[in-house]
Design a protein around this ligand. Structure first.
Ligand code: AMP
Length: 405
């Protein structure tokens, strides 16, 4: 397997799978370009080497073929701007567009491409073959470029034509991860397979059922697992606690007990919040108080970890050398219930400053870290929600396996 950084793209046409699935408003203006920015280092390296770039992506979930709303042509002006920042002294990058990802126009344009040209292909999902992982479709796409680069970590858990199947049509040495994907894989590997101890996993969010596989996989690797958020109350109730109106999955009580038993057998310390911030209703204006997490008064519900739990969890985090964080500690979207998540973010930042490696990945903890301004204070924030979750669960991601094999 080649590494992207070592490869010289001079005179080569690189076919790059990116994740340009950005949100657009009614006027087709991009409302958040994070995913486009994340792919820039990869595109720029190829252009700087003297190569040309053919970009393929999906956008949204088109059901019936080509749809104006899901056309990638809306991204061309902004991509041109991003690739030509004011004051930059590199040659000007030109962005071309092909209105069919495998049509004649795409092949003719690709054949005539010159260095510093970027060709954006129309939405791959206008063809049902993309999500079906159709081989013939993947083979047609593969003919567009000399080298295949996968930089779409967000879809690495899908065995689609452009994310996995296509790799078989490129020989070893001509298929590789882009810089974004390399960073994601290296961070996940560092946490899951090269972790320094103590290794603390912080798992929060709403439901136990969403996180069982992650916890089971981490029981093999972590020294400490902190459980916060709504899912903590299923663990409390399972052990005989009184949780009143707090979130609970009654069909997972036994699962929670089994996980606690497994942790004990493996010598993994499980930390549940000793107290909670409680509310009289699920509302930003609710009345609040604090209570032990296993003795919540009737009519109340736990919506955040309490002050003692904050201190208890922060102490565990601060002495850790490796930290993985998935899921908020409370209903962080409401101001009254965001203190726990903020305290944990601060503790993770402190541990990182003291030399720990910290990875925040998968869903709402990423949103929380961004919202509270901690993005630059942790070692790595993953861009791939579902893909990172599956990685944490210990699954082999098709997009990664296809390049490695
Ligand atoms: P997840 O997607 O599983 O990580 O869950 C994130 C969601 O869990 C967020 O929208 C939080 O508001 C919610 N959440 C966190 N703690 C609680 C809680 N104690 N009760 C209800 N919802 C919670």
């Amino acid at each position: 397997m080649s590494t992207f950084s070592q490869y010289n793209f001079k005179g080569q046409k690189a076919l790059v799978r990116v994740d340009f699935n950005v949100p657009l408003n009614d006027q087709y203006a991009i409302t958040d370009d994070t995913r486009m920015r994340a792919a820039l280092p990869t595109i720029q390296k190829i252009l700087n080497d003297g190569g040309s770039v053919i970009l393929m992506s999906h956008l949204g979930r088109p059901k019936d073929g080509p749809t104006e709303k899901y056309s990638l042509k809306h991204l061309v002006p902004h991509l041109t701007e991003l690739l030509n920042p004011p004051g930059e002294r590199t040659p000007k990058a030109t962005v071309l567009f092909a209105n069919d990802c495998i049509g004649e126009q795409a092949f003719l344009t690709a054949n005539m491409m010159k260095p510093w040209e970027v060709l954006l292909l129309e939405n791959l999902r206008f063809y049902k073959e993309e999500e079906k992982g159709d081989e013939a479709f993947a083979q047609k796409l593969s003919k567009l470029g000399d080298v295949y680069v996968n930089d779409a970590f967000g879809t690495a858990h899908r065995a689609h034509a452009s994310t996995a199947v296509i790799a078989k049509f490129f020989p070893a040495g001509k298929k590789m991860f882009g810089l974004l994907m390399e960073g994601e894989v290296a961070s996940a590997e560092k946490v899951l397979h090269e972790s320094q101890k103590p290794f603390t996993a912080i798992i929060g969010g709403a439901k136990v059922s969403d996180k069982i596989l992650i916890i089971e996989n981490l029981l093999e690797r972590a020294t400490d697992i902190i459980i916060g958020g709504g899912m903590a109350y299923t663990f409390e109730k399972a052990q005989g606690g009184k949780i009143a109106k707090s979130l609970c999955e009654d069909d997972r009580l036994q699962t929670a007990l089994d996980l606690l038993k497994k942790a004990e057998a493996k010598g993994v310390r499980i930390h549940l919040p000793s107290d909670s911030v409680i509310a009289d209703k699920f509302d930003a204006q609710a009345q609040t108080s604090t209570a032990p997490s296993n003795n919540i008064p009737d009519g109340w519900m736990g919506l955040d970890i309490g002050p003692m739990a904050c201190e208890q969890f922060a102490n565990v985090i601060k002495r850790s050398k490796t930290i993985l964080w998935n899921g908020p500690m409370g209903v962080f979207e409401m101001e009254k219930f965001q203190h726990g998540t903020k305290t944990i973010a601060t503790a993770v930042a402190t541990a990182t400053q003291n030399g720990a490696f910290s990875l925040v990945g998968g869903g709402d903890s990423v949103a929380a870290v961004n919202q509270f301004g901690f993005t630059d204070k942790v070692s790595y924030v993953s861009t791939g929600g579902g893909a990172m979750l599956e990685y944490f669960e210990g699954k082999e991601l098709p997009g990664i396996a296809a390049i490695n094999s």
